[in-house]
Write a protein that binds this ligand. Structure first.
Ligand code: UDP
Length: 458
């Protein structure tokens, strides 16, 4: 770490894995540039402070999340396949976090003034925390918004309430490219309606902030939408690129990664393995579990499959898989509860990623040059998947068909057929382009330098 610059940054991640990881990656970067780090966090999905001995952690009593925290049962936040919707509507109603957060931040600022040791330069929190902007303003503290979405989704999703309000349900390609009509209809289904007023609040509070930071995005992945974002938001915008590339390895994992994955991969042939994972919140049905099991097994390719505890609706883990099928799965694959994903994607044996296309997973796969099979289930995943399959053409789209024959066909196509080879070559080129962006003088690297300078100036 560089010598302390006497400045402290306060971070407040949204309590889900896909938001915690990028926030901690940003923390590592800023810490390496001399900033001290304070993390304010909810009790629900508490980050592991022991993994970050150099940061200060302050827990707030978040009330609403406490029932979940006591059981670690994310299904309360997560009715089937609607993780973001459910979480965000919960958060948007979550006034219960506001008062504890305000007290915590106010005390922190007071102690700073009394001790005169360090200056708090700014607050950086997730775009989803809509109550923090007026609070920061009232405390005269600069607030930066961190977005863990792809820029095009972040910018584009603000038109959704309008589309719905006007019942303008003949979405034209130009309304939200590259989404197809069926994707947009899925995004606009009734259950996302609760998010409309929330989106409006995000828009308003982001426009009032001191700046917008996109982790995991860069000019190379998002050039047009970055231009649009700069026009529409009129606050400084930083796209610092795949932030895990600056400091690989995720020490902010909420679950313990099963390290035996790596030994297992060591025994497999180069680029032979299909890695299957749906991130930290998506749930699947028992039928889908069985279709995936048969599909990957019938492909006859080795597979590494993450099934989180509680991920299959109505069951504890994988007990719905009959013994006979289980025996067959063991011949070719390995099922774990949580994997060291970045190391898995980096491994020479990993040849493809069957993914839900959460933005972190998508970018991690791009960075390692691993082509994807897209099984998006909701919200931004639908857009990320279209970029993978239709724009960058670095993956195949399952088009919602979670069926054994289809899975077998696409796995074999990606790993064994000439079309898969062409996709892999394209992915390699994209990986190199994105990799260059985080190197000195690359677009993301320069943006990060600007961010550091900007924060230091407060
Ligand atoms: N992840 C992991 N091990 C797993 C599954 C996921 O470390 O077995 C990490 C993954 O590397 C990524 C994050 O969890 O950084 C998931 O974020 P993403 O945006 O892809 O999906 P979300 O969980 O938000 O739906």
């Amino acid at each position: 770490m560089e010598k302390s610059n006497g400045l402290r940054v306060v971070l407040f991640p949204l309590p889900i894995q896909g938001c915690i990881n990028p926030m901690f990656q940003l923390a590592k970067i800023l810490h390496s540039r001399g900033f001290s780090i304070t993390v304010i966090h909810t009790r629900f999905n508490t980050p592991k402070a022991s993994n970050h001995p150099l940061y200060t952690f302050l827990e707030i009593q978040d009330g609403l999340f406490e029932a979940e925290a006591s059981t670690r049962d994310t299904s309360l936040l997560n009715p089937r396949l609607k993780p973001n919707v459910s979480l965000f509507s919960t958060v948007s109603r979550s006034n219960s976090c506001e008062a504890p957060f305000r007290d915590c931040l106010t005390k922190l600022l007071q102690s700073e003034t009394e001790e005169r040791k360090q200056t708090i330069s700014c607050l950086i929190d997730d775009s989803g925390w809509i109550f923090t902007q007026p609070l920061a303003q009232s405390l005269n503290l600069s607030r930066f918004v961190l977005s863990t979405y792809k820029v095009s989704f972040f910018v584009g999703h603000f038109v959704l309430p309008k589309l719905r309000r006007e019942r303008y349900l003949q979405p034209q390609a130009e309304e939200f490219p590259p989404l197809r009509k069926k994707d947009l209809l899925r995004i606009l289904d009734e259950e996302t309606e609760v998010l409309d007023s929330y989106s409006d609040m995000i828009l308003e509070t982001t426009k009032a902030s001191s700046g917008l930071v996109f982790v995991s995005s860069c000019e190379e992945l998002d050039e047009d939408s970055l231009r649009q974002a700069r026009r529409e938001f009129q606050v400084p915008i930083f796209a610092i690129g795949p932030s895990h590339s600056y400091f690989p390895g995720s020490s902010s994992s909420l679950f313990t990664p099963d390290q035996t994955c790596i030994q297992w991969l060591d025994k497999q042939e180069d680029k032979a393995v299909i890695y299957v994972s749906f991130g930290s919140v998506v749930n699947i049905s028992e039928t889908e579990l069985l279709e995936i099991a048969w599909g990957v097994r019938n492909s006859d390719q080795p597979f590494l499959w993450v099934v989180r505890v509680g991920m299959v609706n109505g069951t504890k883990w994988i007990e719905a898989i009959p013994e006979e099928l289980m025996e067959r799965l063991k011949e070719k694959g390995k099922i774990v509860k949580w994997a060291p994903q970045q190391d898995v994607l980096k491994h020479r044996a990993t040849g493809g990623f069957l993914t839900h296309n959460g933005w972190n997973s998508t970018v991690e796969s791009v960075c390692e040059g691993v082509p994807m099979i897209c099984v998006p289930s909701v919200w931004d995943q639908l857009l990320n998947a279209r970029f993978v399959s239709d724009v960058w053409m670095v993956g195949l789209h399952l088009e919602g068909r979670v069926e054994r024959d289809e899975i077998e066909r696409v796995v074999r196509k990606l790993l064994l057929e000439p079309e898969g080879e062409v996709i892999r070559e394209r992915m390699q080129l994209l990986a190199e382009k994105v990799g260059r962006s985080v190197k000195q003088n690359g677009s993301a690297y320069r943006s990060l330098e600007h961010l550091v300078d900007h924060i230091s100036s407060f």
